[in-house]
Design a protein around this ligand. Structure first.
Ligand code: SF4
Ligand code: SF4
Length: 73
C-alpha cells in the first residue's frame, strides 16, 4: 500500500480544513469536522493537507520526485 498522509488524532482539532481543501476527495470530514477516512486510491499526493493544517496534525511521509527525461533538456 502506498504511503498516505498520517493524521495525529491527538493534535487534530477537527476543524475540517484539510478535507475541504483536498481536491481529490481523499480526506473526508464528518459533520463534527473529524477527519477519519482516507481513501488511498483517490490521493494525488499533493501535500496540501499537511501544509494547511494549523495544528501540525497531518504529516505526509512520502517524497515527491520530479524526474526529467534526457530529451527534455
Ligand atoms: S486541518 Fe488539521 S486540525 Fe483540521 S481537521 Fe485536518 S488534521 Fe484536523
Ligand atoms: S496529499 Fe493532497 S490529495 Fe492526498 S489527502 Fe492530502 S490534500 Fe488530499
Amino acid at each position: 500500500m502506498a504511503d498516505m498522509p498520517i493524521i495525529d488524532h491527538d493534535k487534530c482539532q477537527q476543524c475540517g480544513l484539510c478535507a475541504s481543501i483536498c481536491a481529490c476527495g481523499a480526506l473526508v470530514a464528518d459533520e463534527k469536522g473529524s477527519v477519519s477516512i482516507i481513501e488511498v486510491e483517490k490521493c494525488g499526493w499533493c501535500t496540501l493537507c499537511e501544509l494547511v493544517c494549523p495544528y501540525g496534525a497531518i504529516s505526509c511521509p512520502f517524497e515527491i520526485v520530479i524526474e526529467r527525461k534526457p530529451d527534455q533538456d
